[in-house]
Design a protein around this ligand. Structure first.
Ligand SMILES: Nc1ncnc2c1ncn2[C@@H]1O[C@H](COP(=O)(O)OP(=O)(O)OP(=O)(O)O)[C@@H](O)[C@H]1O
Ligand SMILES: [Mg+2]
Length: 360
């Protein structure tokens, strides 16, 4: 039985679509499964006992990571989008997962390599598509927002041309000023916040309470507001009015999406090791704003934080885009997860120990 199980396991790993390689501490290939010969363009006999680097004409595999993290420290390691050129000059992009294994007292590195060229191409194509749609939405929204005041300005100027009554002339001039101001306000909003954050140390719960107060004045149809605060969270260094603006924008959206009887929950937590783009923040404050409304419209999801993305009558679609700019100014991040019956916005703000002037 033991024998048949071993050969069964052997069949399984030989037939995996993922390439499995085992190398020793001198980077010599000790084992390789069948998929490797297809990917590397070499028979298994040519692969075994060969130095790993001899199967590439070029590669950007981080070998230091393999020896230092994997072999010495025993930490699993992932390398994404590694470009390689094989000895027959074919090129590929790989994801490589590596892990230390010890067999009969000898340390090895187990490498799982996956070719991801198709995914990379698909990603690029869908990114281009997104950008195209986002640009179109932005231009349409802008055209709409600009056309209305422009129409008003033109009409008032025409009247002004022939109007002799002083009072009427003043009214026309006033209308032109108002519409011009509306356009300026729109451009300012589009350009985003133009002042650097003025950060001070603050208690996040007091700030949230002030938003709750503001919102309960506007709360037309009795939406419940639930609080789930972690009282042990220390003060955080932020620009209070800007973070208040962010929370307000998100809570208002939730209120607008909810019907009577809906509920919004404000939650705070302390988070360790939060990944932000290509770096990791050691300590971060999580502010989560969730609601039990209908969820984000599927068509908006991919471009939610872009300007002018809205499905509201009279909405400018700038609330979330402004929120994202403000959070980025704080070195934080904002993300959204939503399905019917649940929407949550998670804001991560890094803890900085000192109020650090105006421009961190
Ligand atoms: N909690 C939520 N539930 C459902 N949909 C939401 C929620 N929050 C945001 N949305 C969707 O995201 C869109 C974009 O929101 P955003 O705040 O950027 O713009 P807006 O609310 O439409 O306009 P503005 O805030 O500028 O007045 C909204 O139109 C809405 O469709
Ligand atoms: Mg909004």
């Amino acid at each position: 039985m033991a024998h048949s199980l071993t050969s069964f396991a052997d069949d399984v790993w030989q037939n995996l679509s993922t390439c499995i390689l085992v190398i020793d501490d001198a980077y010599t290939i000790q084992f390789a499964n069948n998929s490797c010969s297809e990917l590397f363009g070499l028979g298994l006999k040519r692969l075994l006992k060969q130095p790993l680097l001899s199967i590439f004409n070029h590669h950007n595999i981080d070998l230091e990571k393999l020896s230092q993290y994997v072999l010495e420290e025993g930490v699993d390691c992932q390398q994404h989008r590694v470009d390689v050129v094989f000895i027959d000059n074919r090129s590929a992009t790989l994801n490589i997962y590596s892990r230390k294994i010890v067999h009969q007292g000898q340390a090895y590195i187990l490498l799982e390599c996956r070719k991801i060229d198709d995914e990379v191409k698909f990603d690029q194509a869908s990114k281009q598509m997104h950008q195209y749609h986002a640009a179109r939405t932005l231009i349409r929204g802008l055209a709409h927002e600009i056309k209305n005041p422009l129409g008003g300005i033109r009409g008032a100027a025409q009247l002004l041309q022939y109007e002799t009554c002083q009072q009427e002339r003043e009214q026309c001039a006033q209308l032109i000023i108002e519409q011009a101001d509306r356009l300026t306000e729109l451009v300012d909003k589009l350009l985003g916040p133009n002042q650097l954050p003025n950060k001070t140390s603050c208690n996040i719960h007091q700030l949230l309470e002030s938003v709750v107060k503001l919102c309960s004045f506007e709360n037309g149809h009795h939406i419940g507001l639930k609080k789930d605060y972690d009282p042990s969270i220390p003060d955080v260094v932020i620009d209070q009015s800007k973070i208040q603006q962010v929370i307000l924008n998100i809570v208002r959206n939730a209120q607008q999406a909810l019907k009577q009887g809906g509920e919004i929950t404000l939650k705070t937590r302390f988070r360790h090791r939060v990944r932000q783009g290509d770096h990791v923040v050691k300590k971060a404050l999580l502010i989560q704003i969730s609601d039990n409304g209908p969820g984000i419209d599927e068509q908006l999801k991919d471009t939610l934080f872009y300007p002018m993305v809205t499905n509201k009558e009279g909405g400018s679609g700038l609330g979330l885009s402004i929120a994202q700019t403000l959070i980025e100014q704080h070195g934080g991040s904002i993300e959204c997860d939503s399905w019917p019956g649940h929407t949550e916005f998670n804001i991560y703000l890094p803890f900085t120990s000192q109020p650090s002037g105006n421009n961190e």
